[in-house]
Design a protein around this ligand. Structure first.
Ligand code: SF4
Length: 121
């Protein structure tokens, strides 16, 4: 069954309105994009939307209680809550360096890395 999906492209500040016609997993047409990046975004968003996951992890013995973290690459949107739950129970010992791997997500092997450093107390 054909379906029309509408998105705003978030790849750049232009925010082009995209229309994607899909049938199951098959992309039938894309319109509204002003460039090839928007075409790629529209295809992915229609059948396998992904987002960078950003949150915080508790730091033990640090001069700050939390360190901001993000996934190294975008993860499927439908797995966000599951991965968030996994990350929320992680703990890391200070000091924490920027870009340090904090944990690896189960079943996909994607690293979660610190986006800033935390000094030890
Ligand atoms: S389609 Fe291209 S120009 Fe438009 S928002 Fe997306 S990346 Fe930017």
């Amino acid at each position: 069954m054909k379906e029309i999906k509408n998105f705003i492209c978030i790849t750049c500040p232009m925010g082009c309105p995209l229309t994607v016609e899909v049938e199951g997993e098959e992309i039938l047409s894309v319109s509204g994009n002003s460039c090839a990046r928007g075409l790629e975004y529209a295809k992915n968003e229609a059948v396998n939307p992904k987002r960078m996951l950003t949150t915080t992890v508790r730091v033990l013995g640090g001069d700050q209680p939390l360190v901001p973290v993000r996934t190294q690459v975008a993860v499927p949107k439908d797995k966000m809550m599951e991965y968030m739950g996994f990350i929320n129970v992680q703990r890391v010992q200070a000091p924490v360096a920027r870009d340090q791997e904090i944990c690896v997500l189960p079943d996909c092997g994607i690293s979660v890395i610190a986006t800033s450093g935390v000094e030890a107390k």
